[in-house]
Design a protein around this ligand. Structure first.
Ligand code: BV8
Ligand code: ZN
Length: 269
C-alpha cells in the first residue's frame, strides 16, 4: 500500500495525494547536482506554528515594527522578551511535519541538498536536515547586547520579563535578525552562492515579502535553475516560477518525492 510506504518514509501524519507537476521536474531532478529549498513560515504551519501573514498570522495580532526590531526592544525589552518566550514555548510543543521530513529524505536521494530558511524555529535541524542556512537566526540562541556573551535558551531564567546578563548586567536578546538589521553576512553569502549554483530550487511556504531573502529565487532563475513554488497561494515568485504547486508543503513534498522515485524506477525499466 503506497500510504504505508509514505508513512514509513515521512511520518504517520503524511497523506497520500497525487500531486500534479510538469514531468519536466523529474528530468531536472534526475540531472541535478544541487537541489536548493528556500523555506518560510508556511512549511511549519502544518506543525502548528502560525505564519506571519496568514489568517491567524502573527502580524494579524502584533505589528512587526512593535516587536521584531531593536527600537521596540529598547523601548520595551520585557514585552519583546515575553513575545519570544511565548513563541519558543509554542515551538517546544510541536514537531517537524512530513514537509520537513521530505527535505531530509532528499539528502539521501540527491547528491547535494541545501535548505535556506527564513524560519527561526529550528524545525529543519530537528527533523534531521544537515545542510541548513538560517538567514534570520534562531529563537533558541541568545546573546547580551552589551558584552555579546552567548546564552542558549535553557540558560535563560524561565520567569517572565527581560533576561539579564550575568557578566555585565546587560539585556539579553534572541539571536534573530530584526527588521532594519543586516543578515549574518556568512549565512547570506552562502545562501546567494547556493541559489546561484542551484539546478532545481523549491520556494516553499514563503510569501516572498521580506528582503533580501525574497530575492534568492530570482538569483536562482538568473543562473538557469528550474524553479518550483509550493504554496497554496499566489506570490510574487509565482510570476517567475517554472511550475507552481498550490498544495500544503506537508502534502506536496512527500508525494512529489515519491512520484519522482516511481518515475525514476519506471524510466530505468
Ligand atoms: C535588511 C526574524 C539591510 C525575526 C524576520 C527591499 C525592498 C523593500 C524593503 C526592504 C528591502 N530591503 C530591506 C528592506 C527592509 C525589510 C523588508 O524586507 N521589509 C519588508 C516587510 C518590505 N528587510 C529587512 O529589514 C532585513 N534587513 O534588509 O538589512 C538593511 C538594513 C537597513 C535598511 C535597509 C537594509 C531583515 C529582514 C528579516 C526580519 N526578520 N524574522 C522573527 O522571526 O521574529 S522576517 C520574518 O518574516 C520571517 O523570518 C520571514 O522572513 C518573514 C515572514 O515571511 P514568510 O516566512 O514568507 O511568512 P508569511 O506568513 O509572510 O507567508 C507564509 C506563506 O506560506 C504564505 O504565502 C502562505 O500562503 C504560505 N503557506 C501557508 N500554509 C502553508 C503555506 N505554504 C505551504 N504549505 C502550507 N501548509
Ligand atoms: Zn553582558
Amino acid at each position: 500500500m503506497i500510504l504505508d510506504k509514505l508513512k514509513q518514509l515521512f511520518g504517520a501524519e503524511v497523506e497520500y495525494q497525487e500531486i500534479v507537476v510538469d514531468p519536466l521536474l523529474y528530468e531536472k531532478l534526475a540531472q541535478a547536482n544541487h537541489i536548493v529549498a528556500l523555506t518560510g513560515a508556511g512549511i511549519s504551519a502544518e506543525s502548528g506554528i502560525s505564519t506571519f501573514r496568514g489568517e491567524e498570522g502573527l502580524w494579524k495580532k502584533f505589528k512587526p515594527q512593535e516587536l521584531a526590531n531593536l527600537k521596540a526592544f529598547m523601548n520595551n525589552p520585557s514585552r519583546v522578551s515575553d513575545w519570544y518566550r511565548h513563541r519558543r514555548d509554542i515551538i517546544d510543543n510541536v514537531k517537524p511535519n512530513p514537509g520537513h521530513n521530505a527535505l531530509v529524505k532528499m539528502e539521501s536521494e540527491f547528491k547535494h541538498v541545501t535548505v535556506i530558511t527564513q524560519n527561526v524555529d529550528g524545525l529543519h535541524q530537528r527533523a534531521g536536515s544537515t545542510n541548513v542556512i538560517e538567514l534570520h537566526g534562531n529563537i533558541y540562541r541568545n546573546y547580551c547586547i552589551n558584552c555579546g556573551k552567548r546564552y542558549d535558551f535553557d540558560q535563560l531564567p524561565k520567569k517572565k520579563g527581560i533576561p539579564i546578563c550575568e557578566e555585565c548586567g546587560g539585556y539579553i536578546r534572541p539571536d534573530v535578525v530584526w527588521f532594519g538589521e543586516s543578515l549574518p553576512p556568512a549565512a547570506f553569502n552562502e545562501a546567494e552562492r547556493s541559489a546561484a549554483s542551484a539546478d532545481v530550487m523549491f520556494s516553499i511556504g514563503t510569501s516572498a515579502a521580506v528582503y533580501p531573502a525574497a530575492g534568492l529565487p530570482r538569483t536562482a532563475k538568473a543562473h538557469n535553475a528550474y524553479l518550483v513554488e509550493i504554496n497554496p497561494e499566489h506570490t510574487d515568485i509565482s510570476l517567475i516560477a517554472d511550475d507552481t504547486v498550490r498544495e500544503p508543503s506537508g502534502v506536496a513534498l512527500p508525494n512529489i518525492l515519491h512520484q519522482y522515485q516511481e518515475w525514476k524506477n519506471s524510466s530505468e525499466n
